[in-house]
Design a protein around this ligand. Structure first.
Ligand code: GUN
Length: 283
C-alpha cells in the first residue's frame, strides 16, 4: 500500500482563504481583527516563528503587531504589558512567544492573558473548556490535526486513536479532541512499555514527541492514518518528523508529510482563532 498524502499546505490555504473572507466581512462592520504578539529575548527560532505569524496574519487581512523586548525584561513588566493588552478593546488575540527567559514563570504569564484573547489556547481556562466541551480556544497544533482528519472525511467514532506524547500543548489537548469525536483514545509517553504493541492496535496515530524515526513501519497497522507532529533536524540539515515517512507510507492509508503537513496547519489555526476572538468580541 502507498498512503495518500494529507497536504497541510493545500488545506491551510483553504483555511486562510476562509479566514480572509470572514475577516473582510468583519472589517466591513468596522471591526479590525487584531493579534498582538510579544517576543522577549532574541531566540533565533522564536524570531523566525513570530515573523511568520505576523506575515501570515497581514496576508490574511488581520492586523498583527509584534512587540519585542530585551531578555532582561522583568516579569512584572511583562505581566503589566499583558494586562494592558487584555484591557485594550482593539486587541482580540494575545500571543506570548515561548520559551520565555528563564527568570520568568511561563505559566504565570500565560494565566495572565485573558481567556477571551488566548488564541494559543494555553490558558488553564482554555484547557478546561476543551476538556468539558465549553466554548474556548483550542491549541493550534492539535486543532490543525483535527482539521486534517476532517478534510479526509475520517469518522473517528469508535476508532482507536493513539497519541504519542503528553505535552500540554499537543498530546493532552489532542487526546481530548479525539475523545470528543468518540474515538477510543490511548496516550503513550516516555514511560510507555512496548510502544509498538499499542500503536499496532491504532486506527489513527498522532506522533508528537520530537524524536526522529520514533514510529517505524512495523509499528503501524496496515491502513492506519498517521499524523506526524514532530519537527526534527536530520544530520543532513533537512527537516523530518517523528515518523519514518518512507517506511510508514507503505503501510498507512493516509499520512502527513514533514515539512508541509501539520506545520502549516498550526499556523493557519492561529489565524482562525484570532478571527474567532474578534467575532466573539463583536457579538
Ligand atoms: N513557541 C513555539 N511554538 C509556540 C506556539 O505555538 N505558541 C507560543 N506562544 N510559543 C511557541
Amino acid at each position: 500500500m502507498t498512503a495518500q498524502l494529507i497536504d497541510g499546505n493545500a488545506l491551510a490555504k483553504t483555511i486562510r482563504a476562509e479566514v480572509a473572507g470572514r475577516t473582510a466581512a468583519l472589517k466591513a462592520r468596522g471591526v479590525n481583527p487584531a493579534l498582538s504578539i510579544i517576543l522577549v529575548g532574541e531566540d533565533p527560532a522564536s524570531q523566525v516563528y513570530t515573523k511568520h505569524k505576523v506575515n501570515d496574519s497581514t496576508q490574511t487581512g488581520l492586523e498583527a503587531t509584534l512587540e519585542t523586548y530585551p531578555a532582561d525584561m522583568t516579569e512584572a513588566d511583562l505581566l503589566a504589558r499583558v494586562r494592558a493588552l487584555n484591557d485594550d478593546p482593539k486587541v482580540h488575540g494575545i500571543l506570548v512567544q515561548l520559551p520565555l527567559p528563564k527568570h520568568m514563570d511561563s505559566q504565570k504569564v500565560i494565566e495572565t492573558i485573558s481567556p477571551a484573547k488566548d488564541v494559543d489556547g494555553f490558558h488553564v481556562a482554555s484547557a478546561g473548556a476543551l476538556m468539558t466541551g465549553a466554548p474556548g480556544f483550542w491549541p493550534c497544533t492539535p486543532h490543525g490535526c483535527m482539521k486534517m482528519l476532517e478534510a479526509i472525511g475520517y469518522d473517528l467514532r469508535g476508532k482507536h486513536a493513539v497519541v504519542i506524547g503528553r505535552s500540554n500543548i499537543v498530546g493532552k489537548p489532542m487526546a481530548m479532541m479525539l475523545l470528543a469525536k468518540s474515538a477510543t483514545v490511548t496516550i503513550c509517553h516516555s514511560a510507555t512499555q512496548d510502544l509498538g504493541a499499542i500503536t499496532r492496535q491504532a486506527d489513527v496515530i498522532v506522533a508528537a514527541v520530537g524524536k526522529l524515526n520514533l514510529l517505524t513501519a512495523d509499528m503501524v497497522k496496515p491502513g492506519a492514518v498517521v499524523i506526524d507532529v514532530g519537527m526534527n533536524r536530520k544530520a543532513d540539515g533537512k527537516l523530518a518528523g517523528d515518523v519514518d515517512f518512507d517506511g510508514v507510507k507503505e503501510v498507512a492509508s493516509w499520512i502527513t508529510p514533514v515539512p508541509g503537513g501539520v506545520g502549516p496547519m498550526t499556523r493557519a489555526m492561529l489565524l482562525a482563532n484570532t478571527l474567532e476572538a474578534a467575532e466573539r468580541a463583536a457579538k
